[in-house]
Design a protein around this ligand. Structure first.
Ligand SMILES: O=C(O)CCC(=O)C(=O)O
Ligand SMILES: [Fe+2]
Length: 352
């Protein structure tokens, strides 16, 4: 690999042609066609307030059952839906987005104070370079562990913007309660014990925040903001840019754009919930495309079980007709990371 002398952000400003390291060459587990299909969005919008016990009296059983059925069918097909009724105001979501933009717009020297060390996943930086023939993502990221609290790397948390810390913690706590509600609803939608999924995460489950910044790109036909991947998480909640689309999900072997709904949260199922649901719920393959016109930001929160805990398919989802698909695993995050670097689909390696 040649020495990467310019950052993605710098190349974006000068309008450089992307260097060969960024040119997508195709991948073994997903179509490499860079154009997306225009099919109408197969990702439903679900009012998740219907799942909360405090609203149980005001909603009819039919409404709740129909929302549970939409949830089950969305997660059982493309593994993605857009959540409204989450209780966060439009202005609060904009504050989270603004915080991301303010950070990425800081001078390089300031952002470098939070630089990700080689071989580490937390901090500010570009794609992790692990091999010479790797295709690089057209993005910059800031990754931070938010929970457990005693695992925060405080020296990597930006001091500027000055409300960064309190806003990220407030946002993460709210998203954590959304996730807890969703794990219960997912269990109800499959008629299994309500804590079948949430009970597997443990008291010290991990919450990782990733702020993604995709500068404008002169050749969206040649590069990707993020290469095709599935998330290693249990679930991922993604706050998309208020205006600029870019996230695409592989559905029926076609790349489908996830539309921007400014106040909705995109919920993506991750590999570990595919394992726990014994393959009933699907962890979608997804990627991010770039744009010549507009930069894009997104904020992803990934929730995953305590690494030392063993997770596995919920017992009551296994029977003679539906045999167990996955073995029990610990530290799946690590397995997923290693496989991704080798171009292997991690879930395949934990199949029975
Ligand atoms: O930016 C996005 O829309 C998605 C990013 C993503 O897939 C990720 O960070 O895992
Ligand atoms: Fe992702």
């Amino acid at each position: 690999m040649s020495f990467l002398s310019k950052s993605v952000q710098e190349m974006s400003i000068t309008g450089d042609e992307p260097p060969p390291e960024y040119i997508v060459k195709g991948c073994t587990f997903a179509p490499s066609d860079l154009s997306s299909s225009l099919s109408s969005s197969p990702f439903p919008v679900i009012d998740i307030s219907l799942f909360s016990s405090s609203s149980a009296h005001s909603n009819s059983k039919e409404e709740v059952d129909s929302a549970l059925e939409t949830l089950r069918s969305a997660l059982g097909s493309n593994g993605c839906f857009q959540a409204v009724g989450h209780g966060m105001s439009s202005s609060f979501l904009d504050k989270v987005r603004a915080m991301a933009i303010q950070f990425f717009e800081l001078p390089v020297e300031e952002k470098q104070k939070y630089a990700r060390a080689v071989n580490e996943s937390e901090g500010y930086g570009s794609d992790v370079v692990v091999s010479a023939n790797q295709v690089l993502d057209w993005s910059h990221r800031l990754s931070l562990r938010v929970f457990p609290e005693d695992r925060r790397r405080n020296n990597l948390w930006p001091e500027n913007p000055n409300d960064f810390r309190e806003t990220l913690i407030e946002y993460s706590l709210k998203i954590k309660s959304v996730m807890d509600l969703l794990y219960k609803a997912m269990a109800r939608s499959l008629n299994v014990e309500e804590n079948s999924f949430s009970g597997q995460f443990g008291d010290r489950s991990l919450m990782q925040a990733r702020f993604n910044f995709y500068p404008k790109c002169s050749r969206p036909d040649l590069v990707l903001g993020v290469k095709p991947h599935t998330d290693r998480s249990g679930i991922t909640v993604l706050l998309q840019d208020r205006q600029v689309e870019g996230l695409e999900i592989l559905a029926d072997n076609k790349w489908i754009r996830v539309p921007v709904i400014p106040d909705a949260l995109v919920v993506n199922l991750g590999d570990q919930m595919q394992i726990m649901s014994n393959g009933i719920f699907r962890s979608p393959m997804h990627r991010v495309v770039t744009s010549t016109e507009r930069l894009r930001i997104s904020v992803a929160l990934f929730h995953e079980p305590e690494p030392e805990r063993e997770i596995g398919p919920v017992d009551s989802l296994v029977d003679e007709q539906t045999p167990r698909l996955y073995r029990n695993v610990k530290n799946y995050g690590f397995i997923n990371y290693e496989c991704y670097q080798k171009g292997i689909v991690a879930l395949e390696t934990v199949k029975i």
